[in-house]
Design a protein around this ligand. Structure first.
Ligand SMILES: Cc1cc2nc3c(=O)[nH]c(=O)nc-3n(C[C@H](O)[C@H](O)[C@H](O)COP(=O)(O)O)c2cc1C
Length: 169
């Protein structure tokens, strides 16, 4: 799929087939994530692949908008490394760029995915850190549910001229 077509047609997919994602496809998603730009090229991130059913189910138990996880074969927790990047605002921007890359790669590979917000919700950060056993200096930023799609969504053109300014407000 061409890059612009992938960007314009990507949608959040929350229903999945009961089908595992091959390891080489997971590798492609992670490679896409790690191709994102980062401040000072620090790459201050970790990607935690979650494919154990009890862990996916447990996240759905405390995350208020993660009802799709018990159906998903896999999720990727994108975490920031506070040792490499001490400013959380930059950590979240770096990890968000990686997250969008993974969403687009998933779409281009015929998968469906959705971004689940973790940071800056303190209760979600604490619950997932405890569940996964994250070290003190690793901050969970986003979670991406991924699977082969069991729903189809139409492309929407969201271009809005009223949101655009040139040179001055
Ligand atoms: C920061 C952020 C947090 C989000 N959190 C959730 C979430 O917790 N659960 C969910 O189902 N979708 C979540 N989404 C997905 C949005 O709901 C979705 O992108 C939006 O409704 C637009 O739909 P589209 O992705 O199909 O274009 C999140 C998206 C972003 C960017």
């Amino acid at each position: 799929m061409e890059a612009l077509e992938a960007i314009l047609s990507r949608r959040s997919i929350r229903k999945y087939q009961d089908r595992a994602i091959p390891e080489e496809v997971v590798h492609q998603l992670l490679e896409a994530g790690m191709s994102a730009p980062t401040a000072r090229n620090m790459k201050p991130w970790y990607f935690l692949v979650i494919n154990e059913r009890p862990i996916l189910d447990a996240i759905a138990g405390f995350h208020p908008y993660a009802a799709m996880l018990p159906e998903a074969p896999l999720a990727i927790l994108v975490c920031g490394d506070r040792e490499a990047e001490p400013i959380d605002g930059f950590l979240s921007q770096n990890c968000s760029a990686a997250t969008e890359n993974i969403l687009l790669a998933a779409h281009a590979l015929g998968l469906g995915a959705v971004w689940l917000g973790i940071y800056p919700r303190q209760e979600r950060i604490e619950a997932i850190s405890q569940l996964i056993g994250l070290p003190e200096l690793v901050l969970p930023i986003t979670l991406i549910a991924v699977g082969y799609p069991a729903e189809e969504k139409k492309t929407r053109n969201r271009f809005d001229r009223s949101k655009v300014r040139y040179n001055h407000w």
